[in-house]
Design a protein around this ligand. Structure first.
Ligand code: IMP
Ligand code: MG
Length: 183
C-alpha cells in the first residue's frame, strides 16, 4: 500500500492529538446532555471510533449510509442517496452528525435535512476534514479537525474505490493509482 502514496498530508500523531482535543470540547459542550452521535458510513468509522473513546460520559451511536460516488470515480454523483437510514428515536435528543470530510457539502446538507425531520433537540455537525475550496452548498461545520487543500485524499477511513481506508494517516495517492493502473 505504501508504494502507492505520493505524500502524507496529516500524520497519525497529528490526528491523534486533534481528535483528543475535539473530544475534550465535545465533553464540555455536551456535559449533562443526552447525546446521540450519527456516523455517516463508511468514511467516518475510524474517526468515530477514536473520537467516542475520549468522551467521558455515555453516548448513543447510530449510523446512516449514503451513496456519493459512482463506481471508482473521484467525482461525486451530485445528489447523495440515503441507502440505510437511522434506527434510533432521536426526537428530543441532542444530535451530532459525524462525517469524514466536507467537500461540495451536498452529502451533509442532505443528511442534515433528513435528520431535522426527526425533530432533535439540537443538531450539530462534526467533521475530520474540511475542503473549503470545493464547496457548492453553504454549510459550516460546528466542529472540524483539519482544513485541507483541494486534493483527493485517502486514509483514516477515507477511501478511493473503497480501498485505503485502513491507512492510519491522511495521504494523497500517486496519480497512477487514481487512474486505476496500480491497485
Ligand atoms: P460532498 O457531498 O461533496 O461534501 O462529499 C462528501 C463525501 O464525499 C464524503 O463523505 C466522502 O465520503 C467523499 N469525499 C469527498 N472528498 C473526498 C476525498 O478527498 N477522499 C475521499 N472521499 C472524499
Ligand atoms: Mg463519506
Amino acid at each position: 500500500m505504501k508504494k502507492n502514496i505520493e505524500k502524507v498530508l496529516i500524520t497519525e500523531t497529528e490526528i491523534r492529538n486533534k481528535v483528543k482535543e475535539l473530544a475534550q470540547r465535545l465533553a464540555v459542550d455536551y456535559e449533562h446532555k443526552s447525546l446521540t452521535i450519527i456516523s455517516i458510513l463508511n468514511g467516518s468509522l475510524i474517526f468515530l471510533s477514536d473520537l467516542i473513546r475520549h468522551i467521558p460520559f455515555p453516548v448513543k451511536i447510530d449510523t446512516i449510509r449514503v451513496n456519493t460516488y459512482i463506481g471508482d470515480s473521484k467525482v461525486p454523483k451530485g445528489e447523495a442517496d440515503i441507502i440505510n437510514n437511522i434506527s434510533l428515536d432521536i426526537k428530543d435528543e441532542h444530535v451530532l452528525i459525524v462525517d469524514d470530510i466536507l467537500d461540495t457539502g451536498k452529502t451533509l446538507s442532505k443528511i442534515v435535512q433528513v435528520i431535522k425531520k426527526h425533530n432533535p433537540l439540537s443538531l450539530k455537525v462534526c467533521i475530520l476534514l474540511n475542503k473549503i475550496a470545493r464547496r457548492e452548498v453553504e454549510i459550516v461545520p460546528d466542529y472540524c479537525c483539519f482544513e485541507i487543500e483541494d486534493k483527493f485524499v485517502v486514509g483514516y477511513g477515507l477511501d478511493f474505490d473503497n480501498k485505503y481506508r485502513n491507512l492510519p494517516y491522511i495521504a494523497v495517492l500517486k496519480e497512477g493509482c487514481y487512474n486505476c493502473s496500480v491497485k
